[in-house]
Design a protein around this ligand. Structure first.
Ligand SMILES: [Zn+2]
Length: 491
């Protein structure tokens, strides 16, 4: 627990040091800041009275001994399974989370959302013509359809493959060079960035091709588009994901197969037989689950804790993002278990449709933007469930300052960092963040996240229970602090 200094009445580091010296002229000159005991500013002391600090310590201890979040992830992934928008599993997940949150005694609302309903079909690829081909043979290509892909004919299509490394190379080609062909975007995911701890920067660079590549290829006359999988795994796994509607079949090939095609294309003509038969069904009705633990003093003010309930269909959506939903649920579970009533309303949200267009958060914005001035803070966890480091934050420096005492409570598990973000630190809280709501995204060790992200390997075994407990502890401590400190965070 941070030490509360009674010495000081003025905030600010330099003031602290000089005034401490002034009160005791016999003492040696003050130590430089890095050698000094951390001390709370007046604003921090006002907002974190000792009873709140001891509640936060109790929340942390409870979370580190609690397997509630893990049990939720288990049920969502193993009993229910992958939860793409519009699927029966997404519907079952909504019903399950509603029932669990009601069991916890929360006031639960279902917010209706119209979601896209895209269903994966057959997906196969093989190279049928290439330099050095042994007579009668083909080369299998491991691939998967991207969300919004249209279908090839049932028997597939056969076309030449054109490999480009980036959008500029596509633009440099004539229409004849692209028309009727399969364009492969071979942007390589920067694994060194991931290994260095900035996996999301690598993702941001590569994912542009998944998002916008198929449309660019379609505009250039291509018959189909493929992207090199956006991910860091070396196990020949294709990674699916959202792609802007392009009106052509669109898929992701495993990184190894992108290499193979690129190598063969450098030697001569490559022809591919591609079959993708997904279906776009009519939009479906689904729901955001919104559950409130009413605040005792300011029930009209909200602190949002959230994750998204939908997932891709290849795996069972454990790290993306059953874990985030489970951490938010556990935040409420712990407060109820400890009989702690926040001053402001704690709002748990299980978002629908983060993966295939964001209809859930769009709907929330539509229905609740008038209340955004009373949304004191919004937290989303959607970056996996490995060991926590702190938060990506989008808020003023003064607001970050007011978070410090809560983060200090988490020092023993290491989740003390605040990493300023120029963008919303979570897709589902972006509208709130853009409207000025102080926003936080759980920051975890992201080095392996994109090995599994959007693949068949996003399964329960990727969740380490001890890490998930620390993640839930981090969310619960900070959420309770935000909901119970004296002042709302400054904007
Ligand atoms: Zn996600």
């Amino acid at each position: 627990m941070p030490k509360v200094s009674r010495l000081l009445t003025l905030a600010g580091c330099c003031t602290i040091l000089t005034s401490a010296f002034a009160q005791n002229p016999q003492s040696k000159p003050a130590a430089p800041p890095f050698a000094a005991m951390p001390q709370m500013s007046q604003a921090q002391q006002d907002n974190y009275p000792p009873p709140l600090l001891s509640d936060l310590a109790a929340i942390k201890a409870a979370a580190l001994a609690d397997d509630y979040a893990y049990q939720q992830v288990e049920h969502l992934t193993e009993n229910i399974g992958g939860r793409p928008s519009g699927s029966p599993q997404a519907k079952a997940a909504v019903e399950y989370v509603v029932a669990e949150l009601r069991k916890l005694g929360l006031d639960v609302q279902l917010e209706e959302v119209k979601v896209p309903h895209w269903v994966r079909g057959a997906e196969t690829g093989e190279l049928v013509e290439y330099a050095g081909q042994a007579p009668g043979s083909t080369q299998k290509i491991v691939l998967t359809a991207l969300g919004n892909s249209t279908a090839t004919p049932a028997e597939g299509l056969i076309a030449d493959v054109v490999v480009v490394n980036n959008f500029d190379e596509l633009r440099a080609l004539s229409r004849d060079q692209v028309a009727g062909k399969i364009v492969l975007f071979n942007e390589i995911f920067d694994k060194k960035k991931a290994a260095a701890g900035v996996a999301f920067a690598a993702y941001g660079e590569a994912v542009r091709y998944r998002g916008a590549g198929p449309k660019a290829a379609a505009d250039a006359g291509a018959a189909a588009a493929l992207v090199r999988s956006v991910g860091s795994a070396d196990y020949r796994l294709p990674h699916t994901g959202y792609s802007a509607p392009a009106g052509i079949p669109a898929g992701a090939v495993a990184a190894e197969d992108a290499d193979l095609i690129a190598h063969l294309a450098a030697q001569g003509k490559v022809r591919m037989h591609l079959t993708l038969t997904p279906q776009k069904l009519p939009d479906a009705t689904s729901y955001n689950v919104i559950a409130d633990l009413k605040g005792s003093e300011h029930p009209e003010q909200f602190v949002v804790v959230s994750g998204h309930l939908d997932s891709w269909d290849l795996g069972t959506g454990a790290i993306d993002d059953a874990a985030g939903v489970a951490e938010a649920m556990e935040t409420a579970e712990i407060l109820q278990k400890l009989r702690l009533r926040p001053k402001r309303t704690l709002r748990v949200i299980a978002w629908m449709d983060e993966e295939s267009g964001g209809a859930g958060h769009d709907q929330y914005s539509k229905d609740h933007s008038a209340e955004f001035p009373h949304h004191v803070a919004a937290i989303e966890s959607d970056a996996g469930a490995t060991h926590p480091l702190g938060f990506n934050v989008r808020m003023t420096p003064a607001a970050v300052d007011l978070l410090r005492p809560a983060l200090s409570v988490l020092e023993s598990i290491g989740s003390t960092m605040t990493q300023p973000s120029a963008y919303a630190p979570g897709a589902d809280i972006a509208a709130m963040s853009d409207a000025g709501v102080p926003s936080l995204g759980l920051l975890v060790d992201g080095r392996t996240y994109f090995n599994y992200h959007h693949t068949a390997a996003d399964t329960l075994d990727k969740i380490v229970p001890a890490d998930l407990r620390e993640d839930a502890a981090t969310m619960a401590v900070v959420a309770y602090a935000l909901a119970s400190m004296k002042d709302p965070l400054p904007r």
